[in-house]
Design a protein around this ligand. Sequence first.
Ligand code: C2E
Ligand code: MG
Ligand code: MG
Length: 817
Amino acid sequence: MLFNNDVESRQKILVVDDDPTNLHLLKTALSDLALILCSSGGLDALELASREQPSIILLDIEMPEMNGFEICTKLKNNPKTCNIAVIFVTAHNESTFEYKSLEHGGIDFIGKPIDISLCRLRVKNHLTLKQHEAALIEAKKDMQALVNQVPAYISYWSEDLNNLFNNDYNGKWLNLPHTATVTKHASEILPANLYFAIMERLELDQLHHEFEIKFANNLHQITYAQVHLTMAKSGTKFAGLLLTMTDISSIKQAKKQLNVENNRLRIMLNSIGDAVIATDKLAQITFMNPIAERLTGWVNRDAMGLHIDEVMNLCDASTKYKGQNPVTIALKEKRTVGMALNCQLTSQDGTVYRVEDSASPIKDDEGNITGAIIVFHDCSESVAMAVKMSHLANHDQLTDLPNRILLHDRVTHACNVARAHNKLVALLLIDIDHFKYVNDSFGHAHGDLIIKLVAKRLQSLIDPNATLARVGGDEFVLLLPHIKSASQIDTIANDIVQSTRTPFRIKGNEHTLSVSIGISIFPTDATRCEEMMTHADASMYRAKDLGRNRFCYFSQELENQLVKRNLLITQLRTAIDTEAIEVYFQPKLDLQTMEIVGAEALARLSTPDGQMISPLDFIPLAEEVGFIHELGKIILLKSCAVAKRWNDEGHDLRIAVNIAAKQFTNPNFCETVTNALELTGLRSKYLELEVTESALMHDFDEALSILNTLSSIGLTIAIDDFGTGYSSLSYLKYFPVNTLKIDQSFVKDMFVDEQSLDIVKAVVNLGKSLNLTLVAEGIESQQQLEQLQSLTCEQGQGYLFSKPLLLEQFNLLLQKQ
Ligand code: C2E
Ligand code: MG
Ligand code: MG
């Protein structure tokens, strides 16, 4: 408020004169310039001046009590009034007075009689000066206040480095009273290190310096200061220095604390067992600890700034699906992301680790995401351990085969699957015969080696779908899932019994072993795992009772069937090997002339004890066990040879040979037929092959190609049992068919149900329209014959004319004709 004009702050003028007229005159003349105070002189004037602090005193010199000079001297001697401008007013105008006035501290004088306008001008000028002075003082005060408030040390120094100014009023910076610092040389008052630091810099050709300095002065807890030096130059000469310092103790302290904290953190992160990676908010890497470096194969400095996905190659261990990195999710969803199960990390060098991880976002004070941290560790060992534990829990230690626990699980599963697919499951309990003897005589270690070898041999016999388990000292269980027929089981059980007869060699000893096997089958024998086990066990004991070295089924009936089947296989094998298969011939007649026009060759198997086995039993078995090709070849050769002889004897007979479906799967089938014709010398037109519809449909393309080849060499093709197979007749136009054989069931029922007769009629019509020869099978009665004759069916065979005959009997029949 330096230039305020209100009443309170109006400048004051004190007029001192013993003459009231003068007082009145001056008051009137100057009252518009300032507030005029009047005094008649003496002590009153001094007291008024001290109290009112006027800017100017107009002081008369000649006064009775105390003259003007005396008053002025007193004013100047009083610090409260010494700065008041004194203007003498006097009638003396000699120069000695002017001199005297100024000598006594006056700043001006006004002559009497007073020239009012000159007086006003002078007073006005002095007032203005005073005003400026006051303003300056105020400004200085303000500046001082400002400087005092700045929490910094501010100082000016002369070119000799004497202190000209400093704001260290309370000695906080230099630990000295303020008065003891001003005018003092820098070396006396500044701490030595600061002084030398300044001196060093003064040598340099640089105007401004900034540095930090340590303070030994702990009194006011200033330990560090930031120093700014600015040199003043006068021309090229050093003219002084501005030195400021700010207290950076707390910043230093905080930094130190931060460093300590950082170091502690770094040491901690470097020494913990977990991998740690920090990223910024874009998931770009800002830090990796050594474990993270090891697991990712990246070094910290190369990984810096890369996206987390580039450095952490994560995927699901089982599916290999590369999901989002937990860091990305944590950043996106602003939450901690728990560990991903089954996670796999592939390091740069290709090493694969199983890892567990979790990522968290990092937030600043205001809750903004600034980055994320992912912590993970290698759990490969624990995963491997878990796998191992589970393996141990489920496997036998000696043989590493599944144990009872795993077996139970597999059996239950196999039964469930079999139930759904209408299949069988077989459980074979295999017990080594007299194993106790081996153990007792050679020791348990030796016994263990044998068990291992037996396990190996058993395993070599089974397919990958089967499970071989060890359930006791010398007991194994073989689980066969997806079984179609009991004969499959029979083959495997037989293989096992046979293969164990081959001696086991251990450390120079040879052990001939045998096994007893008990077999139970789901769902025929049992429906639950436990039940299957007990039944297999019971059957195994039966095998032991029956003299060991064999297998027994839980179901006696099944066992009998299978025994019979095995016997039949053996007989068939022998018959093939000895060519003991017999061929019977059934005549085929022309139904108009009743003359024999051909014969059907029908195979017969007679056992050494004179038993006759039907082809309906042994042909399907031969197909199943793969003998049909050899069997078919023998029959074909025998039949062709017979037909050739008939031809040679002048009988124009065609021989019909049945071909089983399986025979078409033999790539050499056509060759077999042509070989038979060549070997016997029979002309192809005398050979007819009888095939069933189902044989043709089994592999359409294959059958078509075979029949085309055969037909091209001149033999004829008959469809056997026509009407019982496929309802679609369209295949007839694709295949080179010559004959249709009406199935005997229709002939038999012709007079039983009308449908059969209709079918026979339809087949005859169809044959005629396709220009095929028609043969009726199974004609047993005159009535049937007549009906067929009336339908103009061309040929027929049946018991009415003759049963299938041995060659000699057939020849007799021919002769009769
Ligand atoms: P198929 O080819 O339909 O042969 C006709 C069957 O009917 C023969 O039975 C024959 O003895 C019988 N049969 C003939 N006339 C009559 C009759 O008036 N009444 C009755 N009830 N039956 C009659 P078989 O010899 O037992 O042969 C059965 C089947 O075995 C044959 O049926 C044929 O499919 C097959 N088969 C026979 N021999 C062979 C062969 O050498 N190879 C092949 N792959 N299959 C053969
Ligand atoms: Mg036939
Ligand atoms: Mg037939």
